[in-house]
Write a protein that binds this ligand. Structure first.
Ligand SMILES: NC(=O)c1ccc[n+]([C@@H]2O[C@H](COP(=O)([O-])OP(=O)(O)OC[C@H]3O[C@@H](n4cnc5c(N)ncnc54)[C@H](OP(=O)(O)O)[C@@H]3O)[C@@H](O)[C@H]2O)c1
Length: 359
C-alpha cells in the first residue's frame, strides 16, 4: 500500500500547515483513489483555517483541507471498473467536511485522495493537471446554482454541442432573448457559471472589474460586461436588457454590496424573473424588492442524477475544448509545502486567477 503525506492543520485556527504522513484509504463503492498532481486553493480553505468556520470543534482536528484536485487514478473500486482504470487522468471535487472512519481521505491537500462519484471527470491527455484543477468546485457550485430546481432551474446544456454558427445565432438572435446576469464573472465560481449558461444556450451579461472585461467577453463568451464599481451600473444593466428576458441572476459573490444592486436590477428590468442563485449561506434573508434569493446549499445536486449527467457532459466537453479551464491557474509552487503559501496569498485576494500547487 502506498505511503501518504498531507498538509495538516493540527489545531483549530492554527496558521501553519504541517507536512506529515497520513493514512492511505482504500476506495469503497463509487469511489476511486488518485495520486494528486495539482490542487487549487479556495476561499473555504481560508475560512476554515483562519476563521475556524465549517470545522468548528476541537475534535475535528487535526484536519486536512482542500476542495479541488487533479491527478492519476491508482485504485478503482470494482463498482466503477466500467468507467475508470488505473492511470486515467482525472479531476474531482473533494471536501474537507467529510471523513471515513475519522480519516480526512476526501480532502485534496495530500498525495493520495479518495474521490467519490459523481464529482469526477477524466481530462484530455494533453491537458495539464495544474490547468484542470481550477474547475471542480467552481463547476459544482455554478452547475447547482444554475440548474438545480431549488435554485434557478435553467435548462441544461444539450449533449450535442451547437456549431459556432448556431452559438452566434442563439446569443444574438431569437434564443438570445433569454439572458442570465452573472455577477462576479471573473471569479472561479463565476467563470464556470458564464460558460455553463452560454453552453446551455443563454445569452450572458456579466459584471467584473474593467481589467477583466476582455477575459469575460472573449474567453468566457459573455455578450457584455459591466464594471461593478461604476456608479451608473444598475442603469446600464437595465438599459442593456431592453427587449430581452432576464431569467434570473447568478450572484457568484453574494455579499450585501452585490445583492442590493442585483435585487434592484431584477425589480427594474421589465418582465424579469425575480430570482437569484447565491453562493453564501444565509443569503435568503437578504432579499428585497420582491426578489427571491436561493442558495445551492439547499439543493441535493451532488447526490442527484443531474450532477452525474453534468459531470459526464463536462468530461466530453473538455475533450472537444468546449469548456475552458478558467480562471487561469497561477502555480504558486511545487510540493505540499507550498499549500500554506497559496492559502495565505488567496486570503489577500485574487483577481481572475486560481492559485494552484503542483504535487
Ligand atoms: N456555495 C458554494 O458551494 C460555494 C463554493 C465555492 C465558493 N463559494 C463562495 O463563492 C465566492 C466566490 O468564490 P471564488 O472561489 O469564485 O472566489 P475568487 O475567484 O477567489 O474571487 C475573486 C474574484 O471575485 C471578484 N469579485 C470580488 N468582489 C466582487 C464584486 N463586488 N463584484 C464582482 N466581482 C467581485 C473579483 O473580480 P474582479 O477582480 O474582476 O473585480 C475576483 O476575480 C466566495 O465567497 C466563496 O466562499 C461558495
Amino acid at each position: 500500500m502506498p505511503t501518504n503525506r498531507a498538509a495538516w492543520v493540527k489545531t483549530r485556527q492554527s496558521p501553519t500547515m504541517v507536512i506529515e504522513s497520513a493514512p492511505y484509504t482504500l476506495p469503497d463503492a463509487n469511489e476511486l483513489v488518485i495520486r494528486a498532481r495539482a490542487v487549487a486553493v479556495n476561499p473555504a480553505d481560508v475560512g476554515i483555517q483562519a476563521k475556524g468556520v465549517l470545522l468548528t470543534t476541537d475534535e475535528q482536528y487535526p484536519a486536512i483541507l482542500g476542495c479541488d484536485v487533479a491527478g492519476e487514478v491508482v485504485e478503482v473500486h470494482p463498482s466503477l471498473s466500467d468507467l475508470f482504470r488505473e492511470g486515467d487522468r482525472v479531476i474531482g471535487q473533494t471536501t474537507p467536511l467529510a471523513t471515513k472512519d475519522g480519516v480526512y481521505c476526501y480532502s485534496s491537500f495530500q498525495e493520495y485522495v479518495v474521490l467519490k462519484m459523481p464529482s469526477v471527470a477524466k481530462i484530455p491527455g494533453g491537458q495539464r493537471f495544474e490547468d484542470a484543477t481550477v474547475l471542480p468546485l467552481g463547476f459544482n457550485t455554478a452547475a447547482s446554482c444554475l440548474f438545480a430546481a431549488e435554485c434557478l432551474g435553467l435548462r441544461t446544456p444539450p449533449t450535442q454541442r451547437p456549431t459556432p454558427a448556431q452559438e452566434t445565432r442563439d446569443a444574438h438572435g431569437q434564443g438570445g432573448k433569454e439572458v442570465l446576469l452573472v455577477w462576479g464573472a471573473s471569479s472561479s465560481v463565476g467563470s464556470c457559471g458564464v460558460q455553463l449558461a452560454r453552453l446551455a444556450g443563454y445569452e450572458v451579461i456579466a459584471t467584473a472589474s474593467a481589467r477583466n472585461h476582455d477575459m469575460v467577453k472573449q474567453r468566457l463568451s459573455a455578450t457584455a460586461c459591466f464594471d461593478q464599481s461604476d456608479p451608473a451600473l444598475v442603469d446600464k444593466v437595465v438599459n442593456s436588457l431592453q427587449g430581452k428576458h432576464l431569467v434570473g441572476v447568478y450572484d457568484a459573490i453574494s455579499t450585501d454590496a452585490t445583492l442590493a444592486p442585483v435585487c434592484e436590477i431584477l425589480d427594474r428590468a421589465p418582465g424579469a424573473r425575480k430570482l437569484v442563485a447565491a453562493v453564501m449561506p444565509g443569503c435568503e434573508a437578504k432579499s428585497s424588492k420582491g426578489v427571491r434569493i436561493t442558495t445551492n446549499f439547499v439543493t441535493t445536486f451532488v447526490d442527484s442524477g443531474l450532477a452525474r449527467a453534468l459531470w459526464t457532459w463536462l468530461e466530453e466537453t473538455l475533450q472537444d475544448g468546449g469548456f475552458k479551464c478558467m480562471p487561469p491557474a497561477e502555480v504558486v509552487g511545487h510540493g505540499l509545502e507550498h499549500v500554506q503559501e497559496a492559502v495565505d496569498l488567496l486570503a489577500k485576494g485574487v483577481s481572475a486567477k486560481k492559485l494552484v500547487v503542483t504535487i
